[in-house]
Design a protein around this ligand. Structure first.
Ligand SMILES: NC(=O)c1ccc[n+]([C@@H]2O[C@H](COP(=O)([O-])OP(=O)(O)OC[C@H]3O[C@@H](n4cnc5c(N)ncnc54)[C@H](O)[C@@H]3O)[C@@H](O)[C@H]2O)c1
Length: 447
């Protein structure tokens, strides 16, 4: 048997679904009766929206929902921190208070770890934009209550969380809930056009290799405030804690890796790689790596090199190159400029994307259109599997081991507590000098 057949045999999509269903362990309750998207078309003109996680993305997504449909009203806000909720409210108020489309009285502003449970019942559509570790619980609650959703990526930070999400997604499908996921390249014209040319028209031939980069100088760091418990501090500075964010592979490189999953219709059979932290070593950077390099091998034989790095004064690139038997497709630059070349250097396609619709807005335009017209969007399947792809890469990087897809999706390495309250002990604690445990390849178990 050749290498391709061995890999193919180790994972088929049917196998994946069967195993992940068998392994699913979530405590999902059946909620209200199915709400078909078309329920709104003939009903009230108002679509009530709640935001769970009122930070940068939650505020942005709320604006995009308001822009997408004149009947949208923001009716509830939920966050762990009152100041974040207020910032979100004040930012939305500047544009939408006078029109009455920001309609959040004090009693609909919910603060705390259980705030989502209070906000979700008030809405028809929910925006899920809290840190990723909380996503399975928030998603499950929306599904139980029959809500349509805009759900940010990634959908979990560990394999048990992915399985919990997938179990809830099965019920979402039965209820025909619309779920648009925040992997916005799938809503971006450049990528949709590229998909047509590559996956449908075969312009670069069979995809046999690729590169996926998210290399830049890094993101925000949030300082500890005196009044914060250890749990609150970690949630505040969530990007640097694996149980909350998943590491940079899940937070950012996932966008680039997803292109390969999408264009090939496959998910990797294996991952191996390396990573560590060299320049971002302070205690304020929690426990995640500042660089990861993962080599994924797909069932078809495609080998993908995925890199992510947060180190200043190093080569920056956020983009992808797909290498086919006949040519290449490269996405690069601020607008993800798309260029297809054959191996004689001829440019077969070039699109700068400058005048294309904003993909973040497009996500909401399509979500609310589907809700209004009885359409149906379900991004949960690829959302879960692409998140799993990124988790598998992290497992390889943290442990230094070769990771098989089946082992990854069935892993019991649980980073995120099933339920978090103000009393929950954080899963990682600082040592006496304030430093958090950092994975050591060759020593740490895959997680
Ligand atoms: N698709 C994209 O390009 C894109 C861009 C930015 C962020 N995101 C995603 O959006 C999500 C949020 O990122 P952000 O940049 O807005 O971060 P952020 O820190 O600005 O916002 C997160 C908010 O959630 C709140 N929060 C924390 N735990 C909560 C809980 N249990 N319940 C309710 N609220 C809680 C925080 O207090 C904060 O206000 C992440 O999953 C991130 O990956 C996606």
């Amino acid at each position: 048997m050749d290498v391709k057949s061995v890999i193919k045999e180790s994972i088929t999509r049917r196998d994946f679904v069967k195993r992940s269903t068998m392994a699913a362990g979530g405590g999902l309750l059946m909620g209200s009766l199915p709400i078909g998207a078309s329920a709104y078309a003939a009903g009230s003109d108002t679509l009530k929206v709640a935001v769970v996680g009122c930070g940068g993305r939650g505020t942005g997504a709320a604006n995009q929902a308001l822009n997408a449909d004149p009947g949208v009203k923001i009716v509830a806000l939920a966050d762990v921190f009152r100041d974040r909720l207020d910032q979100c409210y004040n930012s939305l108020a500047q544009r939408h208070l006078e029109s009455g489309r920001l309609d959040v009285p004090e009693e609909h502003k919910f603060v705390g770890f259980d705030s989502y449970k209070k906000a979700i019942p008030l809405a028809d559509v929910v925006i899920l934009t809290a840190p990723p570790g909380f996503r399975p619980a928030h998603f499950e609650e929306c599904v139980n209550q029959g809500k349509d959703m805009f759900c940010e990526k990634p959908i979990a930070t560990d394999a048990p969380g992915v399985r919990r999400y997938m179990k809830a997604a099965e019920i979402a499908r039965e209820k025909k809930l619309n779920v648009v996921l925040g992997l916005q390249r799938r809503y971006q014209t450049n990528y949709r056009e590229g998909f047509k040319r590559v996956a449908e028209e075969g312009l670069i031939g069979e995809i046999i290799a690729g590169q996926a980069y998210w290399n830049d100088g890094g993101v925000w760091v949030r300082q500890r405030e005196n009044w914060m418990s250890e749990l609150e501090y970690q949630v505040h500075n969530w990007f640097y804690f694996t149980w909350l964010a998943g590491d940079q592979i899940l937070e950012q490189n996932i966008h680039n890796i997803d292109i390969f999953n999408w264009f090939t219709g496959e998910y990797p059979a294996t991952a191996q790689g390396m990573g560590g932290r060299e320049v971002r070593t302070g205690k304020e950077y929690g426990q995640i790596f500042d660089h990861n390099a993962i080599e994924y091998t797909y069932p078809s034989g495609l080998v993908l090199s995925a890199q992510c790095r947060h180190q200043r004064n190093t080569w920056s690139n956020v983009g992808e190159t797909l290498r086919g038997t006949k040519g290449t497709l490269t996405y690069a630059g601020f607008n993800n400029n798309a260029v297809i070349r054959d191996y004689n250097g001829n440019v077969l396609y070039d699109h700068d994307g400058l005048n294309d619709p904003n993909p973040y807005q497009q996500e909401h335009d399509e979500l609310f259109k589907a809700i209004r017209t009885g359409g149906y969007i379900d991004d949960t399947d690829y959302g879960a599997k692409t998140t799993m792809t990124a988790i598998m890469g992290r497992m390889a990087s943290y442990s230094g081991q070769m990771i098989q897809w089946d082992d990854a999706i069935n892993s019991d390495a649980q980073l995120m507590p099933y339920d978090v309250t103000a009393e929950t002990a954080p899963p990682v604690l600082p040592d006496e000098n304030g430093f958090y445990p950092v994975p050591v390849p060759g020593v740490s178990e895959p997680h």
